[in-house]
Design a protein around this ligand. Structure first.
Ligand code: HEC
Ligand SMILES: [Cu+2]
Length: 364
């Protein structure tokens, strides 16, 4: 399974460009748009012109290479002819007369004809490729809705007739491997763009409109996604992950996500009574206005649903790995980690921090 290593962001952001893959040119490109640190070319999200993982992306990768090859060939041919023409000696003509044209027109006919054929071929191939990635070969059984917010992604699974299997999560999309998934794309504020380079092209999310995209992963793995339309201060830290897994794993994940917090917290409540209660109270007072935890009194809707926070690999739209230390760091220094993010930095006493930490740890 390809793994993405995410560096912890320091206050000066110095390690943004720190660890890059063995592909300097790719890394330079990716550094501007995507968070850093890739262990191998395979896990570098912008290596999508070397590695793709599904039928919505592979045809465009091939198209890119074929068009590049043709263009390079044309440049070589034209430069070759130019060099020959420059090197060829012509008999000197008197400077004030224009002699009759001696057969040069043939080159024009051949050149124009060849260019037309090449351009037409490229046009047909491009149209055929666009057609082949426009819609999946088979009907998408799973439909999810992704809503872009400044600067995170809300992910709704709402297509199951069984309401217990429908829920909202954030920044992590799970899909079963080997089948197309339809993604309905919305925006809560400004224009963003949904892009999982190795799985499909990018699609804008536009306020007041629902766009559609489909993705399919033919290999299990974690595929990094990124907002690819400049949307403000934290645009670069608006990443997400698509986790492609076997049908069985996917269904197990979906079942678990559908449970509410009471069900996962029952045992924790008994084990750490006082701290748990203090943490819950703190959360309800200071976090619940924005965040929801299903099964509790926290119903905020303008921030990531935290019911199964512990199940996510990354937090804050890919900015940090999900560890207890990073969680507390994020809560207390959100504005240092993602300046202008729509969550304030929240000061906590040591005992509040411990209680909150204990409470957040039950959200798995
Ligand atoms: C004013 C609204 C607001 C309040 C109050 C608030 N948050 Fe947030 N929180 C947000 C927003 C918005 C985000 C998404 C930020 C981003 O990634 O850009 C967020 C993100 C998070 C995340 C990361 C979730 C993920 O999956 O990426 C955690 C954890 C979190 N908040 C915990 C808390 C806790 C704990 C409190 C209370 C101590 C709290 N928040 C108070 C708005 C708020
Ligand atoms: Cu964005």
């Amino acid at each position: 399974m390809p793994r993405t290593r995410t560096a912890r962001i320091t206050s000066d952001g110095a390690n943004f460009f720190a660890r890059q893959s063995a592909w300097p040119a790719l890394s330079l490109l990716s550094a501007s748009a995507v968070l850093p640190s890739t262990a191998s070319a395979d896990s570098a999200p912008l290596a999508y012109f070397l590695h793709t993982a599904g039928p919505a992306a592979a045809p465009t990768m091939r198209l890119g290479w074929v068009l590049t090859a043709i263009v390079v060939l044309v440049v070589l041919i034209v430069s070759g002819l130019l060099v020959v023409a420059l090197a060829r000696k012509r008999p000197a003509e008197p400077a004030d007369t224009i002699g009759p044209e001696a057969g040069g027109l043939r080159w024009i006919y051949v050149g124009t004809g060849a260019s037309c054929v090449a351009l037409l071929g490229m046009l047909v191939y491009t149209m055929a490729t666009l057609e082949s990635v426009a819609s999946p070969a088979s009907h998408a059984r799973l439909v999810i809705t992704v809503t872009a917010y400044d600067w995170w992604w809300k992910v709704d699974y709402a297509d199951d007739p069984d309401a217990a299997r429908n829920f909202s999560t954030a920044n992590e999309i799970h899909i079963p491997v080997g089948e197309p998934v339809k993604v309905r794309l919305k925006s809560a504020d400004v224009v963003h763009a949904f892009w999982v380079p190795q799985l499909a092209g990018k699609t804008q999310t536009i306020p007041g409109q629902t766009n559609e995209q489909w993705i399919q992963a033919d290999r299990p793995g974690i595929y990094r996604g990124q907002c690819s339309q400049f949307c403000g201060a934290q645009h670069a830290h608006m990443a997400f992950e698509v986790v492609a897994q076997s049908a069985a794993d996917f269904h197990a994940w979906r079942d678990a996500q559908g449970r509410n917090a009471m069900q996962t917290q029952a045992s924790a409540h008994d084990a750490h009574g006082a701290q748990f209660s203090a943490g819950k109270k703190l959360f309800d007072e200071r976090c619940a206005g924005c965040h929801a935890i299903r099964g509790t009194d926290a119903h905020g809707s303008q921030a990531p649903d935290l019911t199964h926070l512990g199940s996510r690999r990354l937090i804050a739209a890919g900015a940090l790995t999900n560890t207890p230390e990073h969680l507390l760091d994020w809560v207390q220094h959100a504005q240092r980690i993602k300046p202008e993010a729509l969550m304030p930095s929240i000061a906590l006493t040591t005992s509040d921090a411990a209680a909150l930490s204990a409470y957040l740890a039950t959200l798995h």
